[in-house]
Design a protein around this ligand. Structure first.
Ligand code: PLP
Length: 447
């Protein structure tokens, strides 16, 4: 494997006499903190993937510390050629591009859906790439939110992403329901920041009979809390509720097992951890036991129609008996091309290895902050590695805005949330341990 070539690495690479020349990752926090970050990069089997990405730079050419892969993932270097390939095909072939030999547009999304299924732990016929996230959320609610007089509530987490909330409120109103009654936003306990799984389960045990759909973020965008999707799905099903998840911050971040966990549906975007570019197409998971049903109500379009008869243009809609049956339109190929570049990297690295590195990388960030920032910073994200993904949300107790501005000035790209929170997400595909180390140095200086 080639050595990481990022130039800030060099300064941390000096061997020190006390270094354990470990061949495996130090897990004990004290040992971890004593290990030079350059050595951690050397021990990282995924370090070479960084070279596959374009890294944003400051105006003077110096590389920025990019910790906003939870917002917009970086561009894979191979993406441009794949987009140009389709531009060329369009120029050369016109409409015949739909049937060209390599990657015909007719079936362009199919191989991608299959690779995407591997990323989220779905079967190939359970996953489809289509539309954008909020659109897919609406389509799923059309099929799975079927309120009755006694079962009509949708349960979300407090601090759910606003778009999800808007979508849900509009669905409730569309069904003539009053959100004040039908929308339940589960809050954390007083004095706590994140929800306890036991409280979600207890709520469903108590009130589940009136709940139609449980809709949580796989990872909450604000706190970075990863929910126990398996336990929550189990508790929802025990009371006859549908379990759906917005995995915008979970796909490509956690080792999801949507099929095995028996999740009913999930939606996510591909421009965050999945690096498919601004506004890229979204993913949608529909469990096989639903995906093959033709009786589920849905909003239909010709691209969801049975492929054998689609071009006979029949009057009656017959859905494809897989997640593809929810497609509306033929997909924008130019926007799918970068996803092909990105998913090839995910397939090569493998989600288990990425998740493993991510736990180390974020664990390192957390340990350094606790060691160096002490009381000045409160980590809002749960400390248990299984209850978080890559992201840490930091509450800065004093002069938070000034600290954030200092970070920006020093070339750190991270994210500000009013009134006092900074979100930092080291992405295991392209961030180095040395960058995490450097970030905490800058943070410490700012404090
Ligand atoms: C990023 C994100 C969105 C964005 O929705 P789009 O339809 O892709 O614009 C929605 N919900 C959540 C939870 C997100 O994290």
């Amino acid at each position: 494997m080639s050595a990481p070539s990022y130039n800030i690495t060099a300064s941390f690479r000096r061997p020190m006499p006390t270094i354990p020349t470990a061949s495996s990752f130090p897990t004990d926090p004290a040992a971890l903190l004593q290990t030079p970050p350059g050595l951690l990069d050397d021990l990282d089997p995924l370090a070479e993937y960084r070279a596959e990405f374009h890294l944003p730079r400051a105006e003077d050419g110096s590389p920025l510390l990019y910790f906003v892969g939870n917002s917009l993932g970086l561009q894979p270097r191979s993406a441009r050629a794949l987009v140009e390939e389709e531009m060329d095909a369009w120029a050369r072939l016109g409409v015949e591009g739909h049937f060209k030999k390599e990657h015909p547009w007719m079936s362009y999304h199919e191989a991608l859906s299959e690779q995407m299924a591997a990323v989220v732990g779905g079967l190939p016929d359970e996953v489809v790439i289509m539309n954008s996230l909020t659109v897919n959320l609406h389509l799923m609610l059309v099929s799975f939110f079927r309120p009755t007089a006694s079962r009509f509530k949708i349960v979300m987490e407090a601090q759910a992403f606003p778009s999800d909330r808007y979508a849900v409120v509009s669905q409730l109103e569309h069904h003539g329901l009053d959100p004040a009654e039908a929308l339940v936003m589960l809050p954390p306990r007083p004095g706590e920041v994140t929800l306890r799984t036991e409280d979600i389960v207890a709520y469903l045990d108590r009130e589940g009979a009136s709940v139609a759909v449980v809709l949580l973020g796989g990872v909450n965008y604000y706190t970075g809390q990863a929910f126990d999707l398996q336990k929550i799905t189990e508790a929802a099903h025990a009371k006859g509720c549908i379990a759906g998840f917005d995995c915008a911050h979970a796909a490509g971040n956690l080792a999801l097992q949507l099929h095995d966990w028996d999740v009913d549906f999930a939606v996510w975007c591909t421009y965050k951890y999945l690096n498919a570019g601004p506004g890229a197409l979204a993913g949608c998971f529909i469990h096989q036991r639903h995906a093959r049903r033709s009786d589920l109500p849905r909003f239909a379009g010709w691209w969801g129609h049975d492929k054998a008869t689609r071009f006979l243009m029949p009057d009656t809609f017959t859905p494809i008996s897989s997640a593809e049956g929810w497609q509306l339109s033929n997909p924008p190929i130019l926007s799918l091309a970068p996803l092909r570049a990105s998913l090839a990297l995910f397939a090569a690295a493998g989600m288990p290895a990425l998740r493993n590195k991510s736990k180390h990388l974020t664990g390192y960030l957390s340990a350094l902050i606790e060691d160096r920032a002490g009381e000045a910073v409160e980590i809002l994200t749960p400390s248990e590695p299984d209850q978080r993904g890559a992201q840490l949300s930091l509450r800065v107790r004093r002069d938070a805005r000034r600290v954030f501005e200092h970070l920006s000035k020093e070339g750190v790209l991270c994210d500000w949330r009013e009134p006092d929170a900074i979100r930092v997400a080291p992405a295991p595909l392209y961030n180095y341990f040395t960058e995490v180390y450097r970030f905490v140095e800058i943070l410490q200086a700012a404090l």
